[in-house]
Design a protein around this ligand. Sequence first.
Ligand SMILES: [Fe+2]
Ligand SMILES: [Fe+2]
Length: 177
Amino acid sequence: MSFNKEYKEISEPILNNANFVKLKDDNHHGSTRYDHCRRVSYLSFLMAKIFKGNCKNVVEAGLLHDFFHGNTNSNESITYLTHPKTSVENAKKYFELNKEEEEIIETHMYHYALVKNAFPFINKGEKVKAKEYKPKSKEGAIVCISDLLVSIFEVARFKVRYNTCLYILFAINLMRY
Ligand SMILES: [Fe+2]
Ligand SMILES: [Fe+2]
């Protein structure tokens, strides 16, 4: 079976679910949360192929890792650290998750927890113990890394405006002289 066909077979029940489709209305890194989740899931799938991980678990958990509405500005109950648990609760309403998938979703913000530990002034109000977010499986690490890579790509491509890039390039050029 081809990669794309296999990915399609695992992902379609979630991608076509009416409640999941509503993520198209949520903005995420300048794109939609639906597209963000699809990108994370597909990259996780490719990485699972390379590192011989469980493809079904990473595809499903990748799709559902940010299954919530609103954002940290509009909804106080959604934060960088709480949304993994919210996503698991939402996902369980419409899909059957196994224990490993729940764990993958709950630990996908390990990258943020590490950054926050290194720079505690970021979102001062929220305390974090990074080890609580440490992925417990290869699949957990895959989804966490995919989320980080996709987020960097999205912020660079969709969120940072063209003019901002020009100013940064201009400033770098000034520093060279
Ligand atoms: Fe997330
Ligand atoms: Fe994400």
